[in-house]
Design a protein around this ligand. Structure first.
Ligand SMILES: Nc1ncnc2c1ncn2[C@@H]1O[C@H](COP(=O)(O)OP(=O)(O)OP(=O)(O)O)[C@@H](O)[C@H]1O
Ligand SMILES: [Mg+2]
Length: 247
């Protein structure tokens, strides 16, 4: 279980996270939605220890990750797979080498085993036969799938997706959402998805949470979330200009 406990973070005197509390349940997919610039990526970076809070704690299986030594944090990071907002592929490496990268870095295994694992995960994400292409030669949706394959290659217990469908057409968004669901069925990870995409959130999420004003203002199973009476949630979900959210 991952718990964010009274997490606060400011930049230049502006509070981005303000005593934020949330728990991410094991093996479930939690989708966190919220406005652009609302602090979703900042929250995610705290979970993998890329940012440190001003106050509050990040607890992973009961351990406060900010009390870990560098070596312990590196060990812990192997449990995480992260799909970055922009894919974050290495432009000078082909698809195969991008996916193989974490294996070469973290595991001492033979070239044959690397090949087996990379080809297997490329097949999982529907990219068989594309292994020799360079990132510049493939579409945005394919790049996202390479990012998912690379995040999955170490068989992580926890998968973090930062806006996996932003910038994709509705059909490719659906492909990526279905991929997340089928990979979750197969690998059974704890999933955290950051998204603006309400339809995708309902489809992929067991739990949906909304981040607003530095806090989690709504949290619950997607059915409950749909029926939220919170005016902020209602405005965000309906995408209306009028309501309590200032523009
Ligand atoms: N390293 C940093 N230094 C200073 N300010 C930062 C830093 N990282 C984020 N911020 C600020 O924190 C706020 C929240 O940023 P964040 O990237 O978390 O938003 P977001 O909710 O992920 O938005 P989007 O949906 O557009 O990705 C923004 O105002 C941003 O400028
Ligand atoms: Mg972001």
């Amino acid at each position: 279980m991952i718990i964010l406990d009274k997490l606060s973070k400011s930049f230049n005197g502006i509070k981005v996270l303000d005593d934020l509390n949330i728990k991410f349940e094991d093996k479930k997919i939690t989708v966190v939605i919220g406005r652009s610039g609302g602090g979703k990526s900042v929250m995610l970076k705290h979970i993998i220890g890329l940012m440190q809070p001003d106050s509050g704690r990040v607890l992973i299986n009961g351990l406060d990750i900010n009390l870990l030594k560098k070596k312990e944090l590196n060990e812990l990071r192997k449990k995480f797979g992260m799909v970055f907002q922009d894919g974050a592929l290495l432009d000078s490496l082909n698809v195969f080498e991008n996916v193989a990268f974490p294996l070469r870095r973290h595991m001492k295994i033979s070239e044959n085993e690397i090949k087996k694992k990379v080809f297997s995960v490329l097949e999982d994400v529907g990219l068989e036969g594309h292994d020799k292409k360079m990132p510049s030669e493939i579409s945005g949706g394919m790049r996202k799938r390479v990012g998912v394959a690379r995040a999955l290659i170490l068989n992580p217990e926890i998968m973090l997706f930062d806006e996996p469908t932003t910038g994709l057409d509705p059909i490719m968004s659906d492909v990526i959402n279905n991929l997340i669901i089928s990979m979750h069925d197969k690998f059974n990870f704890t999933g955290i998805i950051i998204s603006h995409d309400i339809a995708g959130a309902y489809k992929t999420g067991d739990i949906i949470a909304m981040l607003y004003d530095g806090k989690i203002i709504e949290y619950g199973p997607s059915e409950d979330f749909k029926n939220s009476v919170n005016p902020v949630v209602k405005q965000f979900v309906s995408g209306s200009m009028t309501g309590p959210i200032s523009i």
